[in-house]
Every structure is written in C-alpha cells, then in structure tokens.
Write a protein that binds this ligand. Structure first.
Ligand code: MG
Length: 383
C-alpha cells in the first residue's frame, strides 16, 4: 500500500468498445510506472493543467487582444469551453472523457501571441527555416519544451493525447515525426476522442466569437438574422420570452445554438457508429470519420463561420490590431536573428542558423500578448 492508496487499478468507467480504453497501458516516449489515483489520460490532463504553457494561455489572444477588455475570451477560457463541450458529448457517446479533456486543454498550447496574426507572421519569418505551425508547436511544447521532470524533457504524454494534439500535419512534416505522423501518411483517422475534440473546438469558437463580436459592438444582432442557426434560435427566444432583448436575449440564443450543434453531433455520430460498427479504437482508425454533424447542420455551421470571417475577423478594427501584431512579431524575429546576443542565453544556438531560428520561434511563440508588446517596446522604443 502506497501513500497514494492501494495498488488496485484505477476504477474504470464502462466505456464503449470503440473508445480508447483506460485498461490498456498508455504508450509514452519514456516508460513510467502506471498511474494509480487516476487513469493514464487523467494523468496527461493533470500534467497539461500544471504546465507553464497552459498558464500562459490566459494572456493570449483568441480574437481580441488580451488588454482590449476583461470579458473577452482568451486562449485559456476558449480551451476550457472546448473541454466542457467535448466532455459532455464524450459522456453521451461513452468515449474516454479524460482523453478528450486532455486533448481539448492542450490543443492550443502552441499558439503564438496575437492569435492567427501572430502565427501567420511567425510562419512567414520562418519560411527559410522550415516554417511555423501552431499545431506542431503544441506537440513540441508537450514533447520537448516544458521543463518540469528530472528524467525527461516535455510532459511525456501518452501517444493518444499527442496524436490528438496533432490535428493536422503536412506529409513532409509527418515523415519526420515517426509513429505520431504515420496516420497522415497512411490516410487513417485519429481516435474518436481526437475527432470529437476537433469539432468541440469549432462549436466553442464559432459561438463564443459571435458572443464576443456582439459584446464588442463590431457585429450587430440585426446582421445576424441572415444566419439561419442564429435566426431560428433568436425566434425561439422571442417566443419563450416575448420582448426580451440585450445580453440576456443573446445568451439565451447562443446557448440554444450550442445545444443544437451538440445534439446534432451526438445523434449523427451515433448513427455513423451504428452504420460502421467499429468494435475497437483500432477499427475506428480504418473507418471514415465517425464524429460529424449532419449535412444540414454542417451547412449551418459553415454559414456562421463564413459570417464571422466576413464581419468580425475582417472588421477594420480587428485588422488594425492584427496589422500591429504582425509587425510586432516580425520585428522581434528579425532583431533576434540579427543580434542573437539580445536573446536569453537558453535560446542561443551558436553556428547553426536553422536551429537558432527555431529557438527564436520558440521564444516568440511562448510570449503572451502583453509580454511581446513589452519586449517590443523595450527593444525598439528609444526613450
Ligand atoms: Mg482552438
């Protein structure tokens, strides 16, 4: 008997046969004794929550730069919303909730400051050195960059969690990643838990970006009446609460929209699973995608996404911040590459420009919005 309890295996919930099972040993890069007080994927989730990159998500942009307002989503609250939606669906489908939560919480760890603008700028700067992709960077953080354990770099997460984090990957990159990249080369699917985390991400950002867009005043409720998912639910709110307006009406509408998407995803996935009858998580990898929206809901979700793209992400006030963010990242990259003696010593790689560029990218990608702004001010503003 150890201080952590008996040696009895962790009590497993009954999962569907097509879920990733807790009873099978987890494959990790470095062997470790089995977890006792939690499942292997619960252990992964806990390691993610305790790592530095996870805490930094609090000060990284989702759409609005962190200092633009206290109520807007950040990468951290986004990741929590993804995990909540994914867990709720996982329980309905009897999938592995711990795994789905681990993937959801880690999926955006590799994001640069300033959201997609930062990623695009860094990718542009890194073109001569292999490019930069936030998805690969998330994997790099959990595999190499976190420094928390005596015997290995990274968090030594299970294969299933790492594979879920690597949501997309070019064939060229896949070939360099070993077993984790193999599914892209073979054209196979990831686990249902990974498929689910991916769609929960989409449900979360479409709805919360809409909410933030309305709160910021950059998007108006009247414009949204052309978006069928919004309009249908806004009418239902009017029926239930005649005359209700403002933030309560928006909240009532958005929660119904999320509910529509979640219920459709559960029903459609149940049907797909019943049709293809996977008997194990291995069968899942050889089947088509089994976690999906119905065709009509997919159309509605795309319509909402398109609306946000046209009216929010490209709004001139968002573009102003995006443009500034791009310059901030590009300036920092160029300066650090030219004057490497400005870098903290841990990030110096003598005589190897490709590895040096990757370390500069690691340094910049690890910055929060406000840290990047401060660095830029310190290094460029002559006071
Ligand atoms: Mg995301």
């Amino acid at each position: 008997m150890s201080q952590f309890g008996t040696a009895t295996p962790f009590p497993y919930l009954i999962l569907a046969p097509y879920a990733v099972q807790n009873s099978a040993p987890a494959r990790r890069l470095f062997d470790e004794a089995p977890a006792r007080s939690r499942s292997e994927y619960g252990r992964d989730r806990d390691r993610i929550i305790h790592c530095g990159a996870f805490r930094r998500l609090e000060y990284k942009t989702q759409v609005f730069v962190n200092h633009e307002g206290d109520l807007f989503r950040t990468r951290l609250t986004h990741s929590l919303e993804v995990a909540q939606i994914a867990r709720a669906i996982a329980r309905n489908l009897r999938l592995n909730e711990d795994l789905v939560e681990a993937i959801s919480l880690a999926h955006d760890l590799g994001h640069t400051p300033f959201g997609h603008a930062g990623q695009d700028a860094l990718n542009h700067c890194m073109q001569p050195y292999g490019g930069f992709e936030h998805n690969l960077q998330s994997l790099r953080i959990v595999d190499e960059l976190e420094e928390r354990y005596g015997s290995f770099n990274g968090l030594n997460l299970s294969f299933e969690t790492r594979s879920g984090i690597l949501k997309h990957c070019s064939l060229k990159n896949a070939a360099q990643l070993g077993d984790i990249g193999q599914r892209f080369i073979d054209g196979r699917q990831p686990s249902l838990e990974a498929q689910l985390a991916n769609l929960a991400d989409e449900i979360a950002y479409n709805n919360h970006d809409l909410d933030d867009g309305l709160r910021s005043g950059l998007v108006q409720e009247s414009q949204l009446m052309e978006v069928s998912l919004f309009a249908r639910n806004r009418h239902l709110v009017e029926e239930a609460f005649p005359g209700l307006s403002g933030k309560r009406a928006i909240a009532e509408t958005i929660r119904r929209m999320i509910n529509d998407l979640v219920l459709d995803l559960i029903a459609t996935s149940e049907q797909l699973i019943a049709t293809h009858q996977p008997r194990s998580s291995d069968d899942v990898r050889h089947a088509p995608k089994l976690i999906a929206f119905s065709d009509s809901m997919r159309k509605e979700a795309n319509e909402l996404k398109h609306f946000l793209f046209q009216n929010l992400y490209r709004h001139y006030q968002v573009q102003r911040m995006t443009s500034k963010a791009r310059r901030c990242v590009a300036d920092l990259f160029a300066l650090f590459m030219k004057e490497t003696d400005l870098l903290p010593p841990d990030y110096l790689v003598a005589g190897d420009p490709v590895r040096q560029a990757r370390k500069v990218a690691d340094y910049i990608a690890g910055m929060t919005d406000r840290y990047a702004i401060r660095e830029h001010r310190k290094l460029f503003l002559v006071e």
